[in-house]
Design a binder for this molecule. Sequence first.
Ligand code: GLN
Length: 303
Amino acid sequence: MIPLDLVSVDALESLANNAQQHTQSGQLPTYIPALGQANPDGFSVHLLTITGQTIQVGDRPLPFALMSVMKPFILLYALEQVGAESVLRSVGIQPSDHAYNSLAQLEADRGFPRNPMINSGAIALCSRLPGATPHERCHRLCQWLNDQAQTHLTLDETILASVRDRPNEQNQAIARYLDVTDHLATSAAEALDVYEQLCCLSGTVSDLAQLGLLLVAGAIAPRHRQLVTALMMTCGLYQYSGRFAVEVGLPAKSGVSGAVLALVPRQGAIACYSPPLDAIGNSAASIWFLRQLAAQADLNVFG
Ligand code: GLN
């Protein structure tokens, strides 16, 4: 038996109950007003293994916008559509110790986005996705993921309206800088439009765990699996990534909605959702939960 298969419902339930208390150490984001309306006590988890074990604990799972948890899947889709050589010409593979929406980092790198797990890298990739219009690009990626991962992702129009209602000047400046330094294949406005729509694809923790399983055991090129998983390990939790790799040892990706997806290579995926965020922008209770679970169940990929 592999460790993830041995995790019991009781153990997960007890950790989830404790994790709920850690929601209080985080804060709801307000720069996307609709995300500020989320339940500040919410916590749910879905664990899925390649052998078919499924455990769900915490609150009744509600759909949430994936936000930056989409980034590994934007990368995966781009890799599968246009290949690694082309993708790696438009985005780097180096971690950053700046925030995920840092213009200063992009300027220091003269417009070449440091990695695909931060906004600049994802926006650059969004300009290269197949499709004639932003809507079509988003729709095709969504369809591809739903087919490949058996998910039910849909565009959350309410969150998208909220995103559009309050234009994100930081992201606009990033897109403009990418454009003037010749790192976009479309206009800045179009690239940002695709990015914003993709961030508003929404699903439940069950969908997110299915997406995780696509990376762990899906019919994708091994090189693409390695690339995406390694970048989650080194860059997926922004400035916290290095520490999480050392202390927890799992590839993971977070989003500002409070989602965190952790992979257990060759075994399965753990999807968490809890809206309050820590200072770096990672879900406070989800990170606490994953730290405890990885230690208890011996999940660290480094042994
Ligand atoms: N759409 C969000 C933004 O660009 C995504 C960021 C995130 O989830 N960390 O701000």
